[in-house]
Design a protein around this ligand. Structure first.
Ligand code: KG4
Ligand code: ZN
Length: 337
């Protein structure tokens, strides 16, 4: 049973948490949305500076809220890839420094492994094998989780990630950044059958389509054309557009996840990443899974989007198994799981 202090600074949240295996002792997330939303997206330089300014305070706060001392911490973890290099460096350098000063092991964690581990926080009895559907601002992946650290990616997006599609569609509807939560709210007021939008199948060279890969760029272009047409007609029912778009994403992800779980004989689908917070996806996938006798897990909303508790949970399991990282471990903007 390891207790880990973890840092997550891969993008625009400065997060610190203390986790005792699958139990969260404290979790602090400082969102930078207010800073970046005025630019319509994340500004990497501003993100690094903000992480640097508040990370020390976050660490102190996490220890106070958990009511723990450094003696009770077994290891220090940080997200080391993928993400914005300058932003990742702040968390990794802080974690390595603490590891040296406090004489504790350092554990570098892959961000996507963290999103997978978010499911263990709400379902501590979960054990591999299971299928993970990871849907975030940078990824749309179907991952066969075989064991701690043993993953096989079965499907990916060929272009935009699911969250990226939400953000781009929100931008063209002039709804601001990040787009997912706003579209989700509007979609709940609209009619999902109002417009018929494509699902984005990916063709295979041998014919037919790739059953587990997704593509959202065609859908995004279809929404753009629809919006241009509706604006010409001087009637833009934003709620109906949002609902139709969201339903198309939810249908497409659901179809792929169910097919993949069935083909690989996996009876649990554990969803993770910011888009796991989406009400349309939650509804579609839960309904379809129960029709196929599959179990679906969604982490609570606060552990769907970026947080350090998920990183601590992954690190604690690695530490229990004796996996630690060298102090010269680098950060990487791209890295497959
Ligand atoms: O996992 P995350 O916090 O960061 C990355 O690792 O990318 O995911 C952020 C993404 C953004 O694209 C955001 O628009 C999307 O998750 N998102 C949502 C919702 N909440 C956040 N997308 C759809 N519906 C939501 N409720
Ligand atoms: Zn993430």
């Amino acid at each position: 049973m390891s207790t880990v202090l973890a840092l997550e600074t891969s993008c625009d949240e400065t997060a610190v948490a203390i986790v005792k295996n699958r139990q969260v002792c404290s979790s602090i997330v400082n969102s930078q949305i207010a800073i970046h939303s005025q630019y319509g997206g994340v500004v990497p330089e501003a993100a690094s500076r903000q992480h640097l300014e508040i990370i020390n305070h976050g660490i102190e706060l996490a220890l106070t809220q958990a009511n723990l001392t450094w003696q009770e911490i077994d290891g220090i973890a940080a997200t080391c890839a993928p993400g914005l290099v300058g932003a990742l460096l702040v968390g990794v350098t802080a974690a390595k420094t603490l590891a040296i000063v406090q004489q504790k092991p350092f554990i570098g964690v892959h961000h996507l492994e963290g999103h997978i581990y978010a499911n263990y926080l709400s379902e501590p009895s979960l054990e591999p094998p299971f299928l993970s559907l990871l849907v975030s601002g940078g990824h749309t992946s179907l991952i066969y989780v075989k064991d701690c650290g043993v993953y096989e990616t079965l499907g990916e997006t060929r272009d935009d990630a699911a969250g990226e599609a939400f953000d781009k569609v929100a931008r063209l509807l002039k709804l601001g950044y990040p787009g997912g939560p706003v579209i989700d709210k509007l979609a709940q007021l609209g009619n999902a059958q109002a417009f018929s939008l494509p699902e984005g199948n990916v063709s295979q060279p041998s014919g037919g389509y790739h059953p587990y890969d997704s593509s959202f760029s065609g859908l995004k272009t279809a929404v753009l054309r629809l919006v241009q047409q509706l604006e010409k007609e001087r009637q833009l029912p934003v709620e109906d557009v949002a609902a139709s778009f969201q339903a198309s994403v939810a249908r497409s992800l659901t179809k792929r996840a169910i097919a993949c779980a069935r083909d690989y004989n996996l009876n649990t689908i554990a969803v993770g990443g910011g888009v796991a917070a989406n009400s349309g996806l939650r509804h579609h996938l839960t309904t379809a899974a129960s029709a196929h006798n599959l179990r679906v897990l969604f982490p609570p909303l606060k552990f769907c989007t970026d947080n350090a508790a998920m990183i601590g949970c992954a690190a604690a399991e690695h530490l229990d198994r004796g996996h630690t990282s060298p102090l010269n471990l680098g950060v990487q903007s791209r890295l497959t799981l």
